[in-house]
Design a binder for this molecule. Structure first.
Ligand code: AMP
Ligand code: ZN
Length: 489
C-alpha cells in the first residue's frame, strides 16, 4: 500500500493521510451554485477531487470511499433569474421557475463534468432537500448559546467560538480590520454571519421558529455533510476562495453543534484558475464556460490534461498554447493505445489476465500530494510498444488518472491529430481515411494500407508519417473529394 500525503490547509503542513475508517473514507467537496453554466475555473476543484477519489479508491478499494458534492440551489442569483423569467412573461410560479432553472443547470453541470471524465460523486445532495436539518442545526446552536435571533434573522456569534479564524490563521479582530463585512445594526459583532434570514413573499421560503425564511449559505454544507458523512469525516475541499469565510463558518457551525467530534480532519484547497495570465472575468472578455470549450471542439481529455498539469496548490493559467500542446500529447497517448489494439474487450482480457496495474511512478507521484504533473511526466517517458500486454501499465495509469472513460472511443480521439495541418473542408474525411490506413497497417493488411496511400497520393495529398504518432497531411487546393468515396467505410 502506498502512503498518501496531502497538504492540510488547517495545519499548513504536508501530512500522511490516515483515514478515520479505512473501510469508509469520507470526503465532502463544496459544489456549485446552480444558477448558470459552470465556468472553466469551477472545473478545477472537480478535477482535483476526482483525481483524489480515484487514488483513494485505488488504495482503499472501490467501495471504501464515500464522496459527497452538493448543489447549492438556494441562492439570490437563482431567485433573480426566476424573477427575470417571470418579468419576461412566464406564467409559471416563482417556485416552478426556480425548479426549472436549477434542473436545467444541474443537467448542464452533469453533462459538462462527465465530458471531463469526472466520475459522479456517491451523493449529490441539494440544499433544498436538507432545510429541515438546517433549521434543526440552527435551533441547536441557539440552544447552546452560539447563535441569536435578531429581527427575523439568526446569526452565529463568532465570539462564542474560541477557534474562529484558525483555518485562515486570522483573529476575529484582524478579520474585522481587513474584511469588507456587511454591517447590520442587529449584529452583535460585525463578523457574525447569517444562519437564517427572512424571505419576503416574492422569494422562496420555509416555515421556521423564526418565521418564514431561508437558510444562509454556510449552514447548508454543515447540515449536508453531517447528514451524509457524520460529524467527523476525512477530507473537506473547495477552491481557496472558500477558505474564508465559507469554510471558517462551516467549522464554527459544525464544531459547535457537535463539540469534540472534530468535523473534517484534512482541508484541501485548490488555487484559482486564470486565463492567459489574467483573472477570468466577463469584462475582460476572457470568461468562458466548460461548454464553450467543448463546443469549440476541445476534447474533455485535453481540458483535463491542462488542468492536471499544474499542481492544485499553485495558481494555474489556461492558455491556448497549453491546450494545443495537451491535444498533441493526448493524441499520441491514444494513438499508442490504438496501435496496441486497445478496446473495451481488450481491457477485460487484460484485467482478467492480472496484468492491469498502473505504473509505480504514477501512483507514487499522485500519492505525494497529488503531483499529477510528475505522474504525467512518467507517462511521457513510458516506452510505447505494439504489445497490449506491455502497454498495460501505461493504459492502467491513464485509467487511474481518469483520462479514458470509454475504451471504445479512444480511436476517435487519436484520429483528431491525423491531419492537423490546414482546414480544408475535406479534412475530417481524409483524416478518417488515413486513420483506416493506420489501422490496416496495424493488423498487417498491407495491401489495403498501400491501396489507400496510393489513392491519396495520386489525388495530390502530401502524407507525412511519424513513428509513434498519427500521420499528418496537407490537402491541395484543387483536391477532388470524390476520390475518398469507397476508400474507407
Ligand atoms: P461557486 O459556484 O462560485 O460557489 O464555485 C464552485 C467551486 O468552484 C468552488 O469550489 C470554488 O472555490 C471554485 N472556483 C470558483 N472560481 C474558481 C477559479 N477561478 N479557479 C478555481 N476554482 C474556482
Ligand atoms: Zn460548502
Amino acid at each position: 500500500m502506498t502512503q498518501i500525503r496531502l497538504t492540510n490547509t488547517r495545519t499548513r503542513r504536508k501530512e500522511e493521510f490516515v483515514p478515520i475508517d479505512p473501510a469508509n473514507v469520507r470526503l465532502y467537496l463544496c459544489g456549485p451554485t446552480v444558477y448558470d453554466r459552470a465556468h472553466l475555473g469551477n472545473a478545477r476543484p472537480v478535477l482535483v477531487f476526482d483525481l483524489l477519489v480515484r487514488l483513494l479508491r485505488h488504495e482503499y478499494g472501490d467501495r471504501a470511499v464515500t464522496y459527497v458534492r452538493n448543489f447549492t440551489d438556494v441562492d439570490d442569483k437563482i431567485n433573480a433569474e426566476a424573477q427575470r423569467r417571470r418579468a419576461a412573461g412566464s406564467d409559471l410560479s416563482l417556485e416552478a421557475l426556480i425548479a426549472e432553472r436549477t434542473e436545467e443547470t444541474i443537467g448542464w453541470y452533469h453533462a459538462d463534468m462527465d465530458a471531463l471524465g469526472a466520475a459522479r460523486p456517491d451523493h449529490e445532495p441539494r440544499a433544498t432537500a436538507y432545510v429541515g436539518q438546517m433549521i434543526a442545526m440552527t435551533a441547536d446552536l441557539i440552544a447552546k448559546g452560539h447563535a441569536y435571533e435578531a429581527e427575523g434573522h439568526v446569526l452565529f456569534d463568532v465570539r462564542s467560538f474560541a477557534d474562529y479564524g484558525t483555518l485562515s490563521g486570522r483573529s476575529v479582530d484582524d478579520m474585522i480590520a481587513g474584511a469588507r463585512v456587511e454591517v447590520a445594526p442587529f449584529k452583535r459583532d460585525p463578523m457574525d454571519f447569517v444562519l437564517w434570514k427572512p424571505s419576503s413573499d416574492d422569494l422562496p421560503g420555509w416555515d421556521s421558529p423564526w418565521g418564514r425564511g431561508r437558510p444562509g449559505w454556510h449552514i447548508e454544507c454543515s447540515a449536508m455533510s453531517a447528514a451524509l458523512l457524520g460529524p467527523h469525516f476525512d477530507i473537506h475541499g473547495g477552491g481557496i476562495d472558500l477558505q474564508f469565510p465559507h469554510h471558517e463558518n462551516e467549522i464554527a457551525q459544525s464544531c459547535c453543534t457537535h463539540p469534540g467530534a472534530g468535523f473534517a480532519n484534512v482541508w484541501l484547497h485548490n488555487e484559482m484558475l486564470q486565463v492567459e495570465g489574467k483573472k477570468m472575468s466577463k469584462s475582460l472578455g476572457n470568461f468562458f464556460t466548460v461548454r464553450d470549450l467543448l463546443d469549440r471542439g476541445v476534447p474533455g481529455e485535453v481540458i483535463r490534461f491542462v488542468m492536471l498539469s499544474t499542481h492544485y496548490r499553485k495558481p494555474m493559467d489556461w492558455t491556448e498554447a497549453k491546450a494545443q500542446e495537451a491535444e498533441r500529447h493526448i493524441e499520441e497517448w491514444f494513438f499508442a493505445l490504438v496501435k496496441a489494439g486497445y478496446s473495451r474487450r481488450m481491457i477485460d482480457v487484460l484485467k482478467n489476465g492480472g496484468v492491469w496495474k498502473p505504473l509505480d511512478a504514477v501512483v507514487n507521484a499522485l500519492a505525494n500530494d497529488l503531483n499529477a504533473a510528475e505522474a504525467m511526466a512518467a507517462l511521457h517517458k513510458f516506452p510505447t510498444s505494439d504489445s497490449a500486454v506491455q502497454m498495460a501499465p501505461f493504459a492502467a495509469s491513464l485509467e487511474l488518472m481518469g483520462f479514458v472513460s470509454d475504451w471504445d472511443e479512444i480511436g476517435s480521439i487519436a484520429r483528431l491529430g491525423v491531419g492537423s495541418v490546414g482546414d480544408h473542408p475535406a479534412r475530417e474525411r481524409v483524416a478518417a481515411v488515413l486513420f483506416a490506413r493506420d489501422e490496416a497497417k496495424r493488423v498487417k493488411d498491407f495491401a489495403t494500407a498501400d491501396r489507400i496511400r496510393k489513392a491519396l497520393v495520386d489525388a495530390g495529398i502530401e502524407i507525412r508519417d511519424t513513428p509513434g504518432a498519427p500521420s499528418s497531411f496537407t490537402i491541395p487546393g484543387d483536391f477532388d473529394e470524390s476520390i475518398l468515396d469507397g476508400l474507407a467505410s
